[in-house]
Design a protein. Sequence first.
Lengths: 465, 69
Amino acid sequence: MILNDLCYLSIGEAAALFRERKLSPVELVDAYLARIGKLDPRLNCYVAVFRDRARTEALRAEWDFARGEFRGPMHGIPVALKDLFDMAGLPAGANTRVLKDRMSTQDALLVDKLRHAGAILLGKLQMHEFAMGSPLLNDPVPPARNPWDLERMPGGSSSGSAAALAAGLCAGSYGSDTGGSIRHPAAHTATVGLKPTYGLVSRRGAVALTWSMDHIGPMARRVEDTAILLQVVAGYDPADPGSAEVAIPAYRDALGGSIHGLRVGVPTAYVESLAATEVMALFAEATKALSELGAEVRDIALPSIHHAGPIFLTILLAEAVAYHEDWLSRRADQYGRDMWLRLLPGLAFSAADYVQAQRGRAMLCRQMNELMQAVDLIATPTMPRTAMTFAESAAAPPVPRSPFTRLANITGQPSISLPCGFYEGLPVGLLLTGRVFEEARVLQVADAYERATNWHHRRPNLGLN
Amino acid sequence: MPNGSETEKLSEFAALVRRSGVRASDADLAVVLPIFIENREGLEKLRRALAEDEEPGADLASIVRRITR
């Protein structure tokens, strides 16, 4: 197999080759390290590459396989993490000078679980400051670039994760999502990102942004890989106050089945009011494909959706300001310009504003629960437009830019983005949102759509393919 | 430059922000003032909707249930 093809194997394919002893984890890790060495100086996906550690872990996996010991589909798989997960002895950077002296003393629970599963950690990936502040090209640490067009942003805040997956620089990743930070970059890079139900994946050892809307979730190139990555990290954690005690199904088992008769709601008027024409056209093709697969696609109205903006922004900034309060007073000069500007309105909110927003959230959740009795999933585009250039982003107002994704952060519902086409060479994402704790159904429908299309086979032209 | 009414709004916004002890420049506050105003208008509409809602404060009650569990 050609070296660069190895780097685009799915996790399922690599695991099968390991079992058949047709591929060694050392071979795979070396292929990724070589590709990172060639491409990352242009893409800036990684903030740290664990070359020696990754090779040692790969050798250990190879010895395990030689003894016939296979711990599961993640054993020997090279993954990389958004730089907000604690790893003992390393800085948890969150791409901010505010935390430059903070050294992690323990691993995040997610890191522990990955190690137990035998995954190999290739490194830590670039992100937006504190998972919110949008980067500039002249930042001290250069921002990750979009592999489909290096002058464009890959989206964020899990920018490095999505860009690395699209460029074939890791097999899987994990990000955080408070308003769309997993799904937004997935859409702009033709990769897959799942924000699970609130409480399904522990946030212990991850830098916070907004406690009541922060989620941790998997990012991958294929829906099946997303299911595998979710399986490893889902589960109750008493140390995370938001964690939920629920049974964890076998997510991969949900894939491959028929979606005949499943009801998919499309809030057409709402989508049309926000999405660009070219995005709307590709989204219409995607819902047509779902219909051809047997799903019952119907038009719906999203209740109180016009209240979602102020509910989201008030909760986002009020909690973020509470988290940052001390640093904002004492270390103002250490914030990047965009992050600093984004936080300022939160300082002017009143206690009553926050309470009203939480009451509005309760109202929205109740109405969405009622709506989800009539449909199994809701479909929208992930983003209203294709990826911005860095210049466009720098000129845009310092506010969240993901109106379609934020709803699931307010209600806690599972929501996945996967590629549904390209416009002028730039990816567009399809967003599927399900009932709480019904990740299996969301993955099932996403997998059925992926199997019926070929968007996931496209690769950006980086001069090495 | 902001006009008279906008200057008033900026002063009000600046006072709210600086009450927190955070030193923000007028130039920075002027950039995000429209975001604050738009959000405040959105919250006002939300308040009116909540006044007609059947179960105001349901989510807050669940927080108390968690404490007493």
